[in-house]
Write a protein that binds this ligand. Structure first.
Ligand code: ADP
Ligand code: MG
Length: 703
């Protein structure tokens, strides 16, 4: 790559310091090369002129029309004041309308002259209109039109940019200036054999045609080439970082399976492990003895038993004299893990501690000192674990119970907790789509628990709308009469606990009417109750005394009450798909047939309908995850946002699954034969990777 492309954008003719600042701030364009990577989002065919009587079929799409301005007047008053110029060709009339900049426009247009206008026609009161079109006099070629292009590119620009004259048209001029400079030299970044193998056009061509396509076909080729690059280099980067981790970071070797593991397995494991759980433990164990640092993602559907699996893995670590920590995204979850793990280990001699934001200072001090001395074997907590004062004596394993909420950066912080990094196991709450596993988690090895414990009957899911509430009440009563218990969950209405609470309490009053005491026992639970109250209420539910327990979502996750066989979700349309699936996973743990009931308003949005439909169609978390990604798009998946990983320019994470897999395989093959990309033909890859990841920093590569 020659120096020219790396020139600071300030020095491009027509930019200057003020606009440069905007380009940097608004669209992250720092140098000429970045601007070339700022692709148009659509193109308009400027080679064709439409006749006015053809506009009927082109309402709301951009077209170009040639004609004579036959009339011009200012009409309306105040806010409705506008300039209307009528354009005429041999087929009809078209009104051009301006609401802003009237004086300027009026001066620049003359009656009876021929103009070319460009804009979106609309139909208003049976006449064709075009508001704020681009207009230029025929014969007087504007500067921009010296770009000999059949398609005009359109770029996304912000209001601020537009105000400084950086509109789409001017961006295209800047890009053109770079592409037509005699100094430009766009080096190939892919080896020739690859270009030939997958039949790509060369880079220079690709850049030119993605901005200024000569024709549709070349545009497609250009997009294909640059899209491939986008994914391929990301995969190279991820895989190389993964490789580097293992080269640089010698993993603790944990050979022993000793007394803790064996004792627990023989005496305290409450059930037989599923084959999938065993398989995952084996995979992790082989990482432990490999001498390399483990970076592994553990996926499994709700209720597949990830917690116990991770506990067994921790016991191996402890058997080898190391400590473990487990980080959860919320305090409630951390508490729950702490409670369930402490309970499972209660008859064993293993120190388990909990550290969260609410841990009291005195307790905290003691805890930290125990940790440092190596007395604590398992530390469970929230983000609080990342803080510098948390020092382990010998940290061997970090488990991150991720729930889609930790960013890549945060993960990296835990990598650094030890001088030599601990093994890392990331667990997702529900499965994630394959494409995300290959991108957002692309630097991790993947283990999947793809089997539920035996004896689980699939939960039957039903949809009721409010108008059928009475039928639903009958159904619930029948369930109570045959001895079942019911969970009712209310959604997070706003980010306000008070409102949630109101919602819950209103629901409680309604339920009291339908299920009157003393015949029925109903109760409610929410985050603001004291620990004693919560425990008391929980206990009453567990013992079977309470028939129906109403709760906010705050306490939803992780409750495990086998006799509760009905999960009723109020305002189900307000929940995300993954969350609905999580909630459904809370029942169906006992031997009885369980039900998940989605109660919604009578009218549903399209989106809402689709989510409910998906829940009715499948119980499979992997399918649900795919649905969810399609419905919401990748941008909404928390934990991926901060990482910036999904800000692809051309790749569509939903549609391009094949490309993602293809690029990943290809990158794997190349790195297998040439891990450091040192072969002559791979130098170009190496160079380009260095360029790409210079700015963003590298969260994966921890030195
Ligand atoms: P998740 O994968 O959703 O975190 P959990 O670890 O909470 O699932 O496990 C769900 C329930 O299944 C728990 O009650 C757990 O004790 C139970 N469980 C886990 N593994 C098995 C198994 N192999 N056989 C029977 N029950 C199991
Ligand atoms: Mg879990």
């Amino acid at each position: 790559m020659n120096q020219y492309l790396y020139t600071d954008i300030t020095y491009l003719k027509g930019v200057g310091s003020k606009r440069a600042e905007l380009l940097k701030k608004e669209i992250a364009v720092y140098n000429f090369y970045d601007l070339l990577h700022y692709y148009p989002y659509r193109y308009i065919d400027k080679s064709k002129f439409y006749k006015i009587n053809e506009l009927q079929n082109n309402i709301n799409s951009y077209v170009q029309v040639k004609g004579v301005v036959c009339d011009m007047q200012i009409v309306g008053k105040n806010r409705a004041k506008r300039l209307v110029a009528t354009l005429q060709d041999d087929t009809g009339f078209l009104d051009l309308v301006w609401f802003n900049g009237i004086n300027y426009i009026e001066k620049s247009i003359q009656k009876n002259k021929e103009y070319i206008v460009f804009g979106k026609p609309t139909l208003f009161a049976r006449a064709f209109n075009m508001s704020h079109p681009e207009i230029s006099e025929v014969g007087k070629v504007e500067e921009s039109q010296t770009i000999p292009i059949p398609f005009q590119p359109f770029y996304i620009t912000t209001e601020k940019m537009k105000r400084s004259g950086l509109d789409s048209k001017n961006i295209s001029k800047l890009v053109y200036q770079i592409l037509s400079s005699s100094q430009i030299n766009i080096e190939e970044n892919l080896p020739l054999y690859l270009i030939e193998k997958i039949k790509l056009i060369d880079r220079k061509h690709a850049f030119f045609n993605i901005h200024f396509p000569q024709n549709q076909k070349l545009l497609k080729h250009a997009q294909q080439r640059l899209k491939f690059e986008e994914m391929f280099f990301l995969q190279l980067h991820l895989l190389q970082s993964k490789q580097l981790n293992t080269i640089k970071n010698k993993g603790h070797i944990l050979k022993k399976v000793g007394k803790n593991f064996n004792n627990f397995y023989a005496n305290y494991l409450p059930f037989e492990l599923t084959n999938a759980q065993k398989k995952v433990i084996k995979e992790i164990r082989s990482d432990f003895i490999s001498g390399k640092q483990m970076n592994r993602l553990l996926q499994g559907d709700v209720g597949s038993g990830k917690t116990i699996t991770s506990l067994l893995v921790m016991l191996i670590v402890i058997d080898n004299g190391y400590q473990c920590c487990m980080m959860a995204p919320t305090e409630i979850l951390a508490n729950q893990h702490y409670e369930s793990i402490s309970k499972l280990l209660k008859d064993m001699d293993i120190e388990v501690e909990l550290l969260t934001g609410s841990t009291k200072t005195k307790q905290r001090r003691q805890l930290l000192s125990n940790l440092k001395e190596g007395k604590t074997s398992i530390l469970i907590g929230t983000h609080a674990l990342i803080e510098n004062e948390v020092i382990f004596s010998q940290l061997g394993l970090v488990i991150i119970d991720e729930q889609h909420r930790f960013g890549v950066e945060q993960r990296a912080k835990l990598w650094k907790k030890n001088e030599s990094p601990p093994h890392i196991l990331v667990m997702t709450a529900t499965p994630i789509p394959r494409t995300l596993a290959m991108t957002v988690y692309g630097d991790l090895d993947v283990s999947v628990i793809d089997e539920l414990p035996v004896g689980r009957k699939p939960v039957s899911t039903y949809h009721y709308s409010q108008r059928n509430r009475n039928k639903l009440i009958d159904f619930l009563k029948k369930q109570i009469h045959i001895g079942r218990q019911i969970f009712v969950v209310f959604p997070l209405i706003e980010e306000s606990e008070t409102l949630d609470l109101n919602n819950l309490m209103e629901g409680y009053q309604n339920f009291l009417l339908d299920f009157p005491p003393p015949h029925y026992h109903i109760d409610f639970l929410h985050g603001k109750l004291s620990t004693e109250e919560k425990d008391d209420k929980m206990q009453k539910f567990i013992s079977g005394e309470t028939h129906i327990l109403l709760a906010t979502t705050v306490i939803e996750v992780g409750v495990d009450i086998p006799n509760a066989s009905v999960m009723l979700i109020e305002n189900a349309e307000r929940f995300g798909l993954t969350q609905l699936h999580q909630l459904r996973g809370r029942v169906g743990r006992g031997g009885e047939q369980s039900f998940c009931i989605l109660l919604t308003g009578n009218k549903l949005s399209n989106e809402g309908k689709k989510r409910i439909q998906a829940m009715l169609e499948t119980n499979d978390g992997f399918e649900i995850a795919n649905f969810d990604l399609k419905l919401r798009g990748p941008g909404d998946l928390a934990g991926t946002k901060q990482s910036g990983m999904l800000e692809f320019k051309l790749v569509d994470i939903i549609k391009d699954e094949k490309l993602i897999a293809f690029s990943r395989n290809l990158a794997t093959e190349i790195l297998n034969t040439d891990p450091q990309l040192k072969n002559k033909e791979h130098i170009c890859l190496h160079k380009y990777l260095n360029y790409l990841y210079r700015k963003t920093g590298n969260y994966y590569q921890i030195s």
